[in-house]
Design a protein around this ligand. Structure first.
Ligand code: ZN
Ligand code: ZN
Length: 449
């Protein structure tokens, strides 16, 4: 059996992997790099050597896993693509949105190769999607496979492959702890020969005493104080996952009386669409607060990309808008100058940001420092207050290390992390699993499993 990394660098980029056994070829995920544009944002499909693949497995609907699915499918138009029902519903919204983003980029960046695929292509793809339930065994390119709840976002999975007497488990993006909506992952721990594991937070130690619960309490307390002071509050969030978690968190806090008084709430157009899909899947995908209709749980207004520039920033109002990384041309990036230059305003981060993204630069900037949010505009001086909370949808590094310790795989492949994050696991794993061989799969180089 062989594993090949199609990501272009050791990073959280365009996640895509090839698993080969007995002549069968399975492609796992086909993401788009969140910071690159055009061909550089795609997985390196040249690694496939001009051959297609027999089937695909999609772990979840985040852009860095699903974004280049249409391009992968051009290489194997008849291959089935296995995913959960929620991933199918959410992927459709994400891919159509991606076409819209690329059409805008075509104009703004004079990039004639965009969009990389069309709305029609996305519509046709769905014919190949094989919706699979958690715990259902299915045959994929001659291997047996099974999906397990990864607790990351709605529909997210880790996948167990069995072939030639070996058990190979790919975590996808995972969270072992309960979030407000998602329940912690339920992953197999017995007889894993090869573990392919995400390492997103390997370089993010959690301070002593900090838990999900203490962070939720600290966040709601800070939000209440900001609203009491009449501040507008910007919370940059991912449209898929973090927005819905935040809505449920605010709703729960209001119900308990921890968050008091009325406040304005704006969410973005894509977030509203994804929230509607999430509501339509109530009772069909595992989550907590299964009956809660997120679109109706709090009074909120929807703001689109065309209106965000003119939107007046109001006191006692929460702007929970995407993207979480504050990427150029997204709602949070466009709204940011108005918030940043207002000493009475507040900016709150609630998840992971790539350190190289505008959000990463802002998080590193001290009060009074200038931050470059968009290279086409002047830097913005941060006068607003800024707070950071660890409410990530990814497992802590200790959570992942604990899983390796329980599973004791023969081989561990470290993926989906920046070099310092991967390096931390390479250093720590031998202490908890001394017999495990740790491998960092270099892009394009097959690893014998
Ligand atoms: Zn993800
Ligand atoms: Zn990811």
């Amino acid at each position: 059996m062989k594993f090949t990394n199609l990501t272009r660098a050791e990073e959280i980029g365009a996640n895509c992997y090839l698993l080969e056994a007995d002549g069968g070829r399975v492609l796992i995920d086909s993401g788009m790099h969140p910071r690159e544009v055009g061909a550089l944002a795609t997985p390196d499909f040249s690694v496939l050597g001009g051959r297609g693949f027999d089937a695909m497995v999609l772990t979840h609907a985040h852009q860095d896993h699903v974004g280049c699915l249409p391009l992968a499918m051009r290489l194997a138009p008849d291959a089935p693509v296995f995913m959960t029902e929620a991933t199918a519903g959410l992927s459709e919204v994400m891919l159509h949105n991606s076409v819209n983003v690329m059409m805008r980029q075509r104009e703004e960046l004079s990039a004639p190769d965009l969009p990389l695929f069309s709305h029609r292509e996305v519509e046709r793809l769905a014919d190949q999607w094989a919706v699979t339930g958690l715990g259902e065994r299915f045959d994929v390119a001659g291997m047996t496979a099974e999906m397990f709840d990864a607790g990351h976002i709605l529909g997210s999975t880790g996948v167990l492959f069995q072939a030639g007497g070996k058990r190979i488990f790919y975590t996808g993006d995972v969270n072992f702890e309960d979030q407000t909506l998602m329940r912690g992952a339920k992953f197999p721990e017995d007889g894993i020969d090869v573990l392919i594991m995400e390492t997103t937070r390997g370089d993010s130690p959690v301070p002593e005493g900090v838990t999900r619960k203490t962070e939720e309490t600290r966040f709601i307390g800070a939000l209440q104080a900001a609203l009491d002071a009449g501040s507008p509050v910007l919370i940059p969030v991912f449209a898929l996952g973090k927005t819905q978690e935040l809505l449920a968190l605010l709703y729960e806090a209001k119900k308990r009386g921890d968050l008091r008084g009325g406040f304005g709430l704006f969410v973005g157009g894509l977030s509203a669409k994804i929230t509607a899909v999430t509501d339509s899947l109530r009772g069909r995908a595992p989550r907590r607060h299964g009956d809660l209709k997120l679109a109706e749980c709090l009074p909120m207004e929807v703001v689109g990309g065309r209106d965000i520039g003119q939107l007046p920033v109001k006191p006692r109002t929460v702007y929970a808008v995407s993207s979480g990384m504050m990427t150029e041309n997204t709602l949070s990036n466009i709204l940011a100058p108005k918030i940043l230059e207002d000493s009475g305003a507040h900016c709150m981060f609630v998840g992971y940001s790539d350190p190289h993204s505008p959000a990463g630069r802002l998080r590193a900037a001290k009060e009074g420092e200038e931050v470059l949010l968009d290279p086409r505009r002047r830097p913005v001086r941060r006068k607003c207050k800024l707070d950071q909370f660890t409410l990530s949808a990814h497992s802590t590094r200790d959570g992942l290390l604990g899983y390796v310790k329980r599973a004791q795989p023969k081989k561990l492949l470290l993926v989906h992390g920046d070099p310092p994050a991967v390096a931390w696991f390479a250093r720590e794993v031998p202490k908890v699993a001394p017999a495990t061989q740790v491998i960092i799969p270099a892009p394009g180089v097959p690893v014998e499993l």
